[in-house]
Design a protein around this ligand. Structure first.
Ligand code: SF4
Length: 466
């Protein structure tokens, strides 16, 4: 992937994409604002969410061991995966052991992060996405562009075309007279998925939360497809980032209020599924929990960056971000787009590639993301922190900027040099170029301010009365 500015160039010129994104993000953000305004204690809930997450992260080792013990006692098996390769290997081996060649999946950011579908495909195992938006992405051989609505960049007409063209290659075809009415599209997806749910012996999920005290996993969703995956198969495998643990059921009280209002602007989720290990004769009879690190302990070690691990993946920050609204999600080159992606991806993957080093700069630092974040992650603070790290490492643009700052610092430190520079600038103002060489990205769309005929300090000397 190229750096963010280069990857975003095509997107910002795509009028259809921009219209799709603008319509979707503005609709969701307005609804969210109304849903949040209904609660008098929103600020307290936000602070409580922040404190629960910070407390859990401070004692993460303890809570993860407690979780492992509880899951095991309830009949589940816990696996620890240090990175994506290990997690993919564990899941592939678990599916192979069942003798199955296909799985159904609940929408899961963690499995996308590790590229699980691709790893399973390489092992000859087909993974079927069952979330409607994920299904659109999978059928369209596309990439997700939003945390909550992965096909946000598609409009109804495009979705109809994808269903009509590709569904038959994956299973039940779309009806011949499929229209682009949302109800018709949803019905086509429902019929297509139904046969997969009824056939699947293995389900794969993530989880929104894991409760340490009981070993319970929680998935919240709007469609009910997730619940089908969680209950019908004989084997359930959940891949979950280690930061998703909360100490007690009581803590869920906070997040089950803030998450739905921040994500889908609902007062509560239509489907909240919880499960604890296995139960004889009810639901999957084998349950495996794969606890995923994949860079998270490194994030935890960074005093500024660790607040990123509070994220509950609500996507509210994406919907208010002016950069995301124009560039879309693909330019971020990661399953985590938008403001959270700009701070999470470079911390999980490092900043050694052009793309990852450019992500902390994919922001105007307007602060809208911080305002809406239900766990009060100060995203601008982390962005600036990461920018410092990238700049400290060097790189062409950063070396030039550093040299310019050093020169400016010297001039500002020497008043007589500053006065001489100001006079010279005023005297030569007619000859100043309208565009600055080397800063075209900025000056091509902005006029340099005109300099006055004389510097302020000279005017002040002439006009001072006392
Ligand atoms: S950073 Fe905050 S607003 Fe953005 S997805 Fe995470 S919890 Fe939601």
């Amino acid at each position: 992937m190229p750096s963010f500015p280069r990857a975003a160039r095509a997107a910002v010129r795509d009028a259809t994409l921009r219209a799709n994104l603008k319509h979707a993000t503005h609709t969701i953000r307005d609804k969210r604002a109304k849903a949040v305004a209904e609660l008098d204690d929103w600020a307290e809930l936000r602070e409580a969410g922040k404190q629960i997450k910070d407390h859990t992260l401070r004692h993460l080792d303890r809570y993860l061991l407690q979780l492992e013990e509880a899951v095991t006692a309830a009949g589940g098996t816990v696996h620890w995966a240090a990175d994506a390769d290990e997690a993919n290997r564990i899941v592939t081996d678990l599916v192979r052991a069942t003798g199955e060649r296909e799985v159904v999946k609940v929408k899961s950011m963690a499995t996308q992060e590790i590229g699980l579908n691709e790893a399973l495909a390489a092992a000859g195992i087909a993974a079927y996405e069952t979330d409607l938006a994920e299904l659109i992405v999978q059928l369209g051989d596309d990439r997700p562009s939003h945390i909550l609505v992965p096909a946000i960049h598609r409009n109804r007409g495009e979705i109809r075309e994808i269903f009509a063209r590709t569904m038959s290659a994956w299973g039940r075809p779309a009806p011949a007279d499929l229209t682009d009415r949302p109800a018709d599209l949803a019905e086509a997806a429902r019929l297509h998925l139904r046969e997969k749910f009824l056939r699947a012996k293995v389900g794969i999920s993530g989880a929104n939360f894991m409760v340490a005290e009981t070993g319970t996993l929680v998935v919240v969703e709007s469609e009910g497809n997730g619940r089908m995956c969680l209950t019908l198969p004989e084997t359930l495998i959940s891949v979950v980032g280690i930061e998703k643990v909360v100490p007690t059921w009581r803590d869920l009280e906070v997040f089950l209020q803030t998450l739905p209002r921040s994500s889908t602007a609902e007062r509560m989720n239509p489907y909240t599924s919880t499960w604890t290990g296995t139960t004889d004769g009810d639901g999957p009879q084998a349950f495996h929990l794969v606890l995923l690190d994949n860079g998270r302990t490194d994030v935890l070690a960074d005093e500024v960056g660790r607040q990123t691990l509070r994220c509950i993946r609500c996507s509210a920050c994406l919907n208010v971000c002016p950069v995301y609204e124009r560039a879309g999600g693909h330019a971020y080159g990661s399953v985590y787009p938008g403001p959270i992606g700009a701070i999470l991806t470079p911390q999980l993957r490092g900043t050694t590639t052009d793309l990852d080093a450019s992500l902390p700069f994919a922001s105007s630092l307007c602060g809208a993301c911080y305002e809406v974040c239900p766990v009060a992650i100060d995203i601008p603070e982390v962005l600036v922190h990461l920018r410092e790290k990238v700049a400290d490492r060097g790189g062409r643009g950063h070396r030039l900027e550093k040299a310019a700052m050093k020169a400016s610092g010297w001039v500002l430190d020497h008043p007589s040099a500053l006065a001489a520079a100001e006079r010279a600038a005023s005297l030569t103002r007619k000859a100043h170029p309208r565009r600055l060489p080397g800063a075209a990205a900025w000056t091509n769309t902005r006029d340099l301010p005109e300099l006055p005929a004389a510097p302020f300090r000279d005017w002040w000397k002439r006009n001072r009365t006392s």
